[in-house]
Design a protein around this ligand. Structure first.
Ligand code: HEM
Length: 239
C-alpha cells in the first residue's frame, strides 16, 4: 500500500480538511506506563492503517489550550474516509479514553479574490512563510450581510484584508478551509508561526479592516498548540 500523496492533499483545491481535538479522560493518568504504551500502540496502528488515503497531522494542545489535549488535522479527497478513520480511532483501545471536544470540517478551494488583485499584490503573496512550531486554528462565521454583498464589494474588502495582513505573511503561514454547509462555521483558518506575538499583532491589524465587521464569530474556540510528529505526540502522552 502507498502512503497518500501528502504534497497534493496539502496543496490542492478540492480536498477536505477535518480538525478533531480530543480530551483524554483523567483515568488515563491512573494507568501504569506499560498499559498506556500498549494503548498508544493501538493509536499508532489506526493512524498508520489510514495513511494510505489520508494525510494526518498531529498537534499537542495540552498546556496551551484548556479545550483539549491533542488535535489531529486530517486531509482527504473523501469525507467518508476521514469519518472511518475517526470511528476506528474511537473504537480502538486508546479511543476508550478519548472525548471528542472539537470537530470541524471544511474544503480547500481555489482563491476567490486573489485572481482579481493588482499584479504587485499577487506577487507579494507568493513570498515564503515560516512554519511552526506554534499552531492556531480559528473557526470563523460571517454575518448574512457579507454573503449578500456583490463579489466586487467583497473583493475590495478582501484586498484591504490582504494589505493589512501582508506584513505578517513572512512569519505566519496560513491555510484556509471553506465550511459553509459542512459545519456551523463558514471558514476554518489555520496558522503556523514561530512567533505568537506576530500572530497577535496580525489579528489586531485585521480587526481594524471593514471585512472584520462581518465576522459574527471569530475564534470561540481558538485552538492553540504545537506541531508534533505522531511519535513525539505519543511520547508525551505515554509519560
Ligand atoms: C481570505 C490573506 C491572515 C481570515 C484571504 C485571502 C487572502 C488572505 C489573499 C483571499 C483568498 C481568496 O482569494 O479566496 C491573508 C494573509 C494573512 C491572512 C496574507 C497573514 C498571514 C488571516 C487571519 C485571518 C484570516 C489571521 C483570521 C483569523 C481569512 C478568511 C478568508 C481569508 C476568513 C476568507 C474570506 C472569504 O472568502 O470570504 N486571506 N490572510 N486571514 N482570510 Fe486571510
Amino acid at each position: 500500500s502507498h502512503a497518500a500523496d501528502r504534497e497534493k492533499l496539502l496543496s490542492e483545491p478540492g480536498v477536505y480538511g477535518t480538525f478533531a481535538a480530543f480530551r483524554i479522560e483523567t483515568d488515563w493518568g491512573k494507568l501504569d506506563q506499560a498499559t498506556r504504551i500498549a494503548n498508544l500502540t493501538s493509536f499508532r496502528g489506526v493512524v498508520e492503517q489510514h495513511r494510505e488515503k489520508l494525510a494526518i497531522d498531529s498537534y499537542l494542545l495540552r498546556g496551551l489550550s484548556d479545550h483539549a489535549d491533542f488535535m489531529l488535522r486530517v486531509h482527504g479527497t473523501e469525507l467518508k474516509d476521514t469519518q472511518q478513520f475517526l470511528v476506528d480511532l474511537q473504537n480502538s483501545a486508546f479511543g476508550r479514553y478519548l472525548t471528542s471536544v472539537v470537530l470541524l470540517s471544511g474544503l480547500t478551494k481555489k482563491p476567490n479574490y486573489v485572481p482579481g488583485f493588482p499584479e504587485q499584490l499577487k506577487a507579494d503573496l507568493k513570498g515564503p512563510s515560516e512554519s511552526g512550531p506554534y499552531v492556531m486554528v480559528l473557526p470563523i462565521r460571517k454575518d448574512t450581510e457579507w454573503w449578500s454583498l456583490s463579489q466586487e464589494k467583497r473583493a475590495a474588502m478582501m484586498q484591504e484584508h490582504t494589505e493589512a495582513a501582508l506584513p505578517y505573511q513572512k512569519t505566519v503561514k496560513r491555510k484556509l478551509y471553506h465550511s459553509t454547509g459542512l459545519d456551523d462555521v463558514d471558514f476554518i483558518t489555520y496558522f503556523e508561526t514561530a512567533k505568537p506575538e506576530e500572530f497577535h499583532a496580525l489579528i489586531l491589524a485585521l480587526n481594524k479592516v471593514k471585512e472584520a465587521r462581518h465576522n459574527r464569530r471569530m475564534g470561540n474556540s481558538t485552538l492553540v498548540g504545537t506541531v508534533r510528529s505522531l511519535d513525539q505526540l505519543i511520547e508525551v502522552l505515554a509519560q
